[in-house]
Design a protein around this ligand. Structure first.
Ligand SMILES: C[S@@+](CC[C@H](N)C(=O)[O-])C[C@H]1O[C@@H](n2cnc3c(N)ncnc32)[C@H](O)[C@@H]1O
Length: 316
């Protein structure tokens, strides 16, 4: 499956999971401000612009810069946002990377291709640092980057931050595949094969030489404090995908297949588990998606706060 399809599926799954408390915090900070500017790093196919407009978090006039390092995401994101705007009743003028939306709100989105770390505050005409953004956003991004470096860089760009969907150490599938709760006498491993798959998968996120961590969520508090900022709200944004009376939606099914494939590929490459058993696990999980009997839980945390006015601890 194309990564862009996964990101589109993720948008609809996340409509039910973003922390409302954290969104309220962001709304309270910006809703009554004029000329609000937002910068989003790793914007994927543009889902967060949609979330923030659909949930009326941003004021009636704002500018939004969405940046992603992947050209396919950017191309897809530009088209998706223009189509979405028209469906929502906006007049959309598009000039390559720039889009102007005119309707219930009036806002400009610039969707650019580039690396977050190449993106700094521009100098104004006098050579001074130009004003920063009112809000910097990193959505489902910090867990694949060097956390401290990313937070430091983002804080240099803005006044307030919104970091939703920071993965935090739980990838669970139900019902169990094999041996739920049993402990292996030789290895001491508990929780059966599912737990071993989860541990091996998280180990790939934590591997030396790879940016990101399986425990990013809980570590954001310290990264923010160390960078001189303040977390003013935090709340869980767990993905909880299950078949309701009508089974899964197309997006839920697409997301489940993408996640299972990602876990399987990562654990197979990691190499610590029996390959035949891992294949059987993958086949079983996929067939449960087809039967509508798999439940998937991923624990994630959303954060909002101020970038620059916390007390910087002495050790920095
Ligand atoms: C897990 S995806 C999340 C996408 C989107 N924020 C969402 O939640 O739907 C992470 C995104 O970050 C982008 N990315 C990774 N490293 C980046 C960097 N250094 N600068 C800009 N974008 C980056 C990837 O191309 C990818 O689209």
């Amino acid at each position: 499956m194309k990564f862009q399809r996964y990101l589109e599926a993720k948008k609809s799954v996340e409509e039910d999971c973003l922390s409302l408390r954290v969104l309220d915090d962001v709304r309270g900070r910006l809703k009554n401000e004029d000329n609000v500017s937002v910068f989003e790093a790793g914007a994927g196919v543009g889902s967060m612009v949609q979330h923030l407009v659909e949930r009326d978090v941003l004021p009636d006039r704002f500018t939004y810069t969405a940046l992603d390092i992947d050209a396919e995401n950017v191309e897809r994101g530009r088209k998706r946002l223009a189509d979405w705007g028209r469906r929502c009743g906006y007049t959309v003028e598009r000039d390559d990377a720039k889009m102007r939306f005119d309707g219930a709100k009036r806002f400009d989105v610039t969707f650019a291709e580039g690396d977050l770390y190449d993106y700094g505050r521009e100098a104004d005409e006098d050579g001074e640092d130009a004003d920063g953004y009112d809000l910097v956003v990193a959505h489902a991004l910090l867990d694949i980057l060097d956390l401290r470096r990313a937070v430091d860089h983002l804080f240099a760009l803005g006044d307030a931050f919104y970091f939703p969907v920071c993965f935090d150490g739980v990838t669970a599938f139900e019902p169990p595949f094999d041996g739920d709760g049993e402990c292996d006498e030789d290895s001491g491993d508990c929780g059966g094969f599912d737990a071993r798959v989860e541990r091996a998968y998280h180990a790939t996120m934590d591997a030396e030489g790879r940016a990101g961590s399986s425990k990013t969520g809980r570590r954001v508090f310290d990264a923010v404090r160390s960078a001189g900022g303040t977390v003013t709200s935090a709340g869980a944004s767990d993905w909880l995908v299950f078949p309701d009376g009508d089974g899964y939606t197309d997006d839920e099914e697409a997301l489940l297949h993408h996640i299972l494939g990602t876990v399987y590929d990562a654990v197979r490459d990691e190499g610590s588990l029996d390959e035949d058993k891992l294949d059987a696990w993958y086949d079983d999980r996929k067939s449960r998606v087809d039967d509508g009997t798999l439940v998937y839980v991923a624990h994630q945390i959303d954060f909002a706060g101020r970038c620059g006015d916390g007390e910087v601890p002495n050790h920095i």
